[in-house]
Write a new protein. Structure first.
Length: 255
């Protein structure tokens, strides 16, 4: 169980919706509390990653802007806002927010990743490459997140063999020292998607099934495996997996 400290007392954290309601109440009571607004935005983002509801991104965006208005040099709020805008596909704004955050701390890897991702999404591959290279100079150990980003860049540059090597490297790092089982699943799915884009359905399906052995109801892995089955003409099996993915996402309105 997770805990939050309130007035020096550790309280157990309730379920996501209840946690969000709790922090909303605190923001209402203390509207100038930029830290609580940033924490509330983080809860919205965590809930979005589980449920995929875009309204949660809009709520996070609003809280982060309010936090920055009250504390313009609040680095965490700037960084989270850049990441939120990137997820919302507002790439120019994400790039500007990342630059603003990097002015406060030019050596933050997550900010450099966000900046490079925003540049990549706008088609500025050379700038993204330079940003990722700048991040690489700051690394003290293996960083699968960087390898995955560089792999996507190399694929867009038509350097597919190098892209595959980078994705394999990212997966190997997580398999040898997994900090979070979800991270390993993510890189397996990324590598599977790469194989599928290049027509290697069997290799993709094997990676998705391996991911689902660890997390049988992961909606992303289920959706990707359904894509493979649909490509193989197994439409009934594909629909069944998509139904499972929708149930697992916690968003029955998508049915």
């Amino acid at each position: 169980m997770l805990f939050v400290t309130v007035a020096g007392i550790a309280e157990p954290l309730p379920l996501p919706d209840a946690r969000i309601a709790l922090f909303r109440e605190r923001v209402t009571a203390r509207p100038d509390d930029f830290l609580t607004r940033t924490l509330l935005a983080g809860l919205y983002l965590a809930d979005f990653r589980m449920r995929g509801d875009p309204s949660l991104l809009r709520s996070a965006d609003a809280e982060l802007r309010a936090a920055i208005e009250r504390k313009p040099d609040h680095l965490s709020a700037h960084g989270l806002l850049a990441a939120t805008l990137l997820t919302r596909h507002r790439f120019r704004e994400a790039e500007a927010a990342a630059h603003a955050a990097l002015e406060l701390d030019p050596k933050r890897l997550d900010l450099l990743f966000t900046l490079g991702d925003a540049q990549l999404e706008q088609g500025r591959l050379a700038e993204a490459d330079a940003t990722y290279a700048r991040a690489e100079t700051l690394l003290r150990d293996h960083q699968p997140g960087l390898y995955a980003r560089q792999a996507r860049l190399r694929e867009l540059q038509g350097r597919d063999a190098e892209a595959q090597r980078l994705l394999e490297r990212a997966r190997a790092v997580e398999e040898n020292d997994p900090l979070d089982p979800g991270d390993l699943l993510y890189y397996r799915v990324k590598l599977g998607a790469f194989h599928l884009r290049h027509g290697r359905r069997a290799a993709a399906a094997a990676l998705y099934r391996r991911a689902l052995r660890d997390r049988p109801e992961d909606p992303v892995a289920l959706e990707h495996l359904a894509e493979v089955l649909a490509a193989e003409g197994k439409h009934g099996d594909a629909v069944a997996l998509l139904d499972r993915a929708i149930r697992a996402s916690g968003r029955p309105e998508l049915r």
